[in-house]
Ligand binder design. Structure first.
Ligand code: GDP
Length: 447
């Protein structure tokens, strides 16, 4: 997700991080590009303007700290401001109020936004992660297929659904769900309200009536993240009429423009609680402003990467690697360990976006004829073909050594050169991030 904005901004910051000193002019120039990048990501003009203004005010007049370059300092300010825009005052917004059973959760949104899917995803999460007993009910009396859909999903994920009774209106179903939740000892009952193709009075009146009988603890608006500013308008409308407690942005797995996420909190004042990342029942993630900001800025999402790594490798190994990275140490053995983990973690696609500096490298690889998943195996073979000394100090790799190593792996020297270049770029990036404190900051939550 957020590929476009991320790419653009990393271009801008690349220029900045190469500067030795930063004039006010440089800041203005860079920020102008930030503004264009935001607009291209479908962030509304007033929000983009406010965002840039806030950064300018903070960047100008701030004393330059010795330990970081001025460029890094601006990146940090942009990052913090972005987190602020994404999160508002409370940082991680993935918590739901589901105490005092049975806690009602009202799911609202337009038709096709992913409301029914999200209801089931969330029910699964509450059941599996929070150990809650959940009941789901579809209130979509206009579309029997939608009721069936929820029932099918319920069976699939092992969550109960309220039996369908033909001829009942939405309010009546809501009352029955509440009763059933009380009688059946449920912790949570979720009401999947009907959607319309666009916001109309009839829809709003129905949702209002349901809200009044259910007194929901949470009212979650599900919006399609691909619709950019439309998603934000939808949220404004629902909030004004119904009052929402949070937003779920779906389809953030698509060719995402970060615009909706960035404007949502600033415009509506409501937090994004979750993001939908696919059609499968597990494809729902808590919304982490820090992570999303990191991803938008192309700094790489180290926390996510580490979490993912922990699922497939021993924690110890990850910690060791991160400690070395923090110190700016990154030799061929480290690279090999990473390549091995990456192939364990199942391919390039997801991981690329998360590694610092990887985005640019992906372009290079693409330019050189694209990635195939066997590339890891070949790169590992090249590293295996190096001597211990060469692995610890890749600078030793001169022409004759290169020939020997490539021959040993049965590959071309050009491929070895690519590997060495990639290693250099990664090592540089780690060093920079380690120095600027960004790596430390990103890792703070973990170690
Ligand atoms: P509703 O009309 O709002 O209830 O929408 P549905 O829940 O029926 O979803 C409409 C379509 O969007 C379905 O095909 C879902 O599988 C799909 N969908 C929902 N959420 C996501 C998401 O986060 N990512 C992707 N790629 N598809 C989604």
């Amino acid at each position: 997700m957020f590929e476009n904005l991320s790419d653009r901004l990393s271009g801008v910051f690349d220029k900045l991080t190469k500067q030795g000193a930063l004039s006010e002019e440089d800041v203005s120039l860079a920020l102008r590009e930030v503004r264009v990048a935001l607009l291209e990501a479908d962030v509304s003009l007033p929000i983009a303007r406010d965002f840039v203004k806030a950064i300018q005010a903070k960047a100008t007049g701030q004393a330059v700290t010795k330990s970081v370059t001025p460029g890094q300092q601006v990146v940090k300010i942009v990052h913090d401001e972005m987190v602020h825009f994404l999160a508002g005052d409370n940082a991680n917004a993935g918590e739901l109020k589901v105490d005092n059973p049975p806690a009602p959760i009202l799911m609202v949104g337009l038709q096709g936004s992913g409301k029914t899917t999200t209801t089931a995803k969330l029910a699964k999460r509450l059941t599996e992660k929070n150990g809650k007993k959940v009941l789901m009910a579809s209130l979509d009396t206009q579309r029997p297929a939608a009721m069936e859909q929820l029932a099918v999903l319920g069976t699939q994920i092992g969550v109960d659904t309220l039996p369908i009774v033909k001829g009942e209106n939405a309010v009546k179903i809501a009352k029955r769900a509440k009763q059933q939740a009380l009688l059946g000892g449920y912790d949570v009952f979720m009401l999947d309200t009907a959607g319309r193709l666009s916001i109309d009075d009839e829809l709003m009146a129905e949702v209002e009536a349901v809200r009044d009988v259910a007194s929901p603890r949470e009212t979650l608006l599900v919006v399609d993240g691909l619709t950019g500013q439309d998603a934000v308008h939808t949220a404004e409308n629902f909030d004004a009429r119904i009052g929402i407690s949070g937003v779920v942005l779906t389809r953030m797995d698509g060719d995402g423009r970060g615009g909706a996420a960035l404007s949502m909190r600033a415009v509506t004042g409501r937090p994004i609680k979750y993001v939908g990342l696919g059609e499968k029942m597990d494809a729902l993630e808590e919304f982490h402003p820090e992570r999303v900001a990191g991803r938008i800025l192309g700094m790489g999402d180290i926390v996510s990467l580490v979490e993912k790594a922990q699922e497939s490798i021993e924690v110890e190994q990850a910690e060791k690697m991160m400690k070395r990275m923090k110190k700016g140490m990154f030799n061929m053995n480290d690279l090999k360990a990473q390549l091995e983990q990456m192939s364990k973690m199942g391919g390039m696609e997801g991981i690329m976006g998360m590694m610092p500096g990887m985005k640019k490298m992906q372009k290079q690889i693409d330019d050189a004829g694209g990635i195939d998943e066997k590339v890891f195996a070949r790169q590992i073979a090249l590293i295996n073909s190096m001597t211990k000394k060469e692995r610890a100090n890749p600078k030793l790799m001169q022409a004759s050594r290169k020939k020997r190593v490539a021959r040993g792996a049965g590959l071309e020297v050009s491929e070895l050169n690519q590997l060495l270049k990639m290693h250099r770029q990664m090592a540089d990036m780690m060093k920079k991030m380690g120095k600027g404190g960004m790596l430390k900051q990103a890792m703070g939550a973990m170690f």
